[in-house]
Design a binder for this molecule. Structure first.
Ligand SMILES: Cc1ncc(COP(=O)(O)O)c(C=O)c1O
Length: 395
């Protein structure tokens, strides 16, 4: 119905396919080879029909749309005043939030963890610690005691976790917010995969600003862990619009909102953005039926990939479209030369099987010997990739 059965991005300048190279199937970068909601394209086309594209105000109604989204999709109350509509992607938002927060202790995050946090800290000149996550049956647990021991100035977490697709438990996120608050720091919960929790996960996505305090009550947010917590989200991953970078931050602390606004102004950025707002509005108001269809498609794709890759799968994802794999086990399934070092598996799969995956070491030291596969693509092409990876026909 939404064109998920076959879709071709050739000739569109897709980074993922450019990185993989001609003749290969690109399963590396985290965007989807699936068409986004028709409403987003239609809204962009309608706006493009007007000839002026000058400076644009931030529509305060956009904050209400975000709050409505959280009420409908997550059952939590978000004060529209907390919402900042940012005309850049989540990576930039993390960087500018850290600049605004001026952490007095180290920045702390897990390993493996989304590969953007380390470069952001290095670029900002902030000391940081990558703490190994604790493996468990669902993927990983958060090493809360070790995080606390480091007395962090800021804690960063992808929630749900990229690369394992694990939604953290509400108690874990609350504990992170508390330990950030106890050391006078800030929790930045990067929830860009939070709207993609699989319907069969049996878990609800914990919106950090909600689980850290009593959401919806501005008074309650003035003190305690909620005030030291930021939820970051975007329509980029959910609706496949990352090429038009935008995001929104839920920031209960009014002073932090002010400081972030001032930092942004120093870089010539203000809330809103012309195309960013068009995309956000269309996605949040008209994209839900499409999103339900997408979630059904992703669950089917996940099941196909998990069944085909068997013991190479480290955790069955409960959210998003990323599969975390053991490189050595995958190399065996793919029939690569026995004894090939796991760190050379990615290259061998690229050149010998024409499938491009993400290298686990991009996710920190604990990602060595791991690979990440993006399964958000039409099932026929996913089957072809899995056939190449397993040397098995008839998947
Ligand atoms: C957890 C997380 N945060 C942020 C991003 C991307 O942010 P940006 O589009 O700003 O590079 C990604 C992309 O994979 C991600 O997984």
């Amino acid at each position: 119905m939404f064109g998920f059965e076959s879709f071709d991005r050739s000739g569109t300048g897709s980074s993922k396919w450019a990185r993989a190279g001609a003749g290969r199937i690109a399963l590396g970068l985290a965007d989807m080879d699936l068409p986004g909601p028709p409403a987003v394209g239609a809204a962009l086309a309608a706006r493009a029909g007007h000839g002026a594209f000058g400076y644009t105000v931030c529509d305060p109604g956009g904050r209400r749309l975000v709050a409505d989204w959280y009420r409908r999709r997550h059952g939590v109350e978000v004060d529209p005043d907390w919402v900042m509509l940012l005309p850049f992607g989540p990576r930039t938002a993390v960087r500018l939030l850290l600049e605004a927060a001026e952490p007095r202790g180290p920045v702390v995050f897990g390993s493996p963890e989304w590969g953007g946090f380390g470069p952001v800290c290095r670029a900002a000149g902030l000391p940081y610690h990558e703490v190994p996550l604790l493996p468990d049956a669902d993927g990983y647990r958060l090493p809360l005691e070790e995080f606390a021991r480091l007395r962090p100035g800021a804690v960063l977490v992808s929630s749900p976790h990229n690369p394992s697709g694990r939604p953290w438990r509400p108690a874990e996120i609350r504990a992170l917010a508390e330990l950030a608050a106890e050391s006078g720091g800030l929790l930045i919960s990067d929830e860009v995969h939070g709207d993609l929790v699989h319907p069969d996960a049996g878990a609800r996505h914990p919106v950090a600003v909600a689980v850290a305090g009593s959401a919806g009550s501005a008074a309650a947010a003035q003190d305690g862990p909620a005030r030291c917590t930021v939820t970051l989200n975007s329509v980029g991953k959910t609706f496949n619009t990352s090429g038009i970078p935008s995001c929104f931050a839920l920031v209960p602390d009014g002073r932090l909102r002010e400081r972030l606004g001032a930092v942004m102004a120093g870089y010539g950025c203000w809330e809103g953005g012309l195309l960013e707002q068009v995309v956000q509005r269309a996605a949040l108001t008209e994209g839900e039926e499409w999103l339900e269809g997408l979630l059904g498609h992703l669950a089917a794709a996940r099941d196909l990939a998990v069944a085909a890759l068997g013991d190479a799968v480290l955790a069955r994802p409960q959210a998003s479209y990323l599969l975390w794999l053991d490189a050595a086990a995958l190399g065996r399934r793919a029939g690569l030369a026995p004894g090939l070092p796991p760190e050379r598996t990615r290259e061998a799969l690229l050149t010998e099987r024409d499938v491009e995956l993400a290298d686990g070491s991009d996710f920190g030291a604990a990602g060595r010997g791991r690979l990440r596969l993006n399964y958000a693509l039409p099932l026929a092409r996913l089957r072809l990739a899995l056939t190449r990876l397993t040397c098995m026909d008839g998947l």
